[in-house]
Design a protein around this ligand. Sequence first.
Ligand code: HEM
Length: 213
Amino acid sequence: MTRRTRVALKVGVWAGGLAPLLLLGYRAWTDDLGANPISVITNTLGDWTLRILLASLAMTPFRIVFGLSWPIALRRLLGLFAFAYVCLHFSVWIVLDFFFDWPRMGADIVKRPYITLGMLALLSLIPLAATSTTGMIRRLGARTWTRLHRLAYVAAVCAVLHYLWLAKVGVTDPYWYAGALLVLLGIRVVDWSRRVIRRRAAAVAASSAPLRS
Ligand code: HEM
């Protein structure tokens, strides 16, 4: 991939990542958020957090299935956008829903399972955002860093459960997100099993080579 293509792709992600926020800002500015603006803001930010999180998780399966390497260059930026959106989503809950009433917030986290799951998803994303720099990858080592970044799947599972739990009866969107996550996880599991089988076969071949010669 040329440098120009990489820059163009990143500009595309920046534009796509900022567009929902700008649109939401525009709707708020023009008083177009309906009868329950807090709910519209919370839900829009939650929806985009989940979409961008799943998009960031789709990059590796995309490479596995189609053999393309360019999606990997976008993974970190998409992950950071997901983190930025969840911070805004969480801030709305802190400021507009509870207005910094910490004891009530603590009680809400314990009382409502979908809030507990949302918190778990957010907490899983914090170490990922904190270690997203090239310096941190070098400091942790690629192996530890890759292992740590599997937390993204924990975050996605908690996030999908958060949505499934809070959705009203008849709302089908969370099931589509759950299906997408299962497909992504399935591709990773199949790829991992194939690599394990290949590695074992290579080890068996290597150990029996001296016997043959
Ligand atoms: C990665 C983390 C998270 C993701 C992906 C996420 C995603 C979502 C989604 C998709 C919705 C529903 C949107 C809709 O109905 O269209 C939602 C709603 C909501 N989320 Fe989150 N969320 C996350 C974390 C959190 C956290 C940490 C909190 C608060 C502690 C929170 C509080 C809420 C609330 C209060 C609602 C609205 C529920 C309602 O309409 O009754 N979320 N979130």
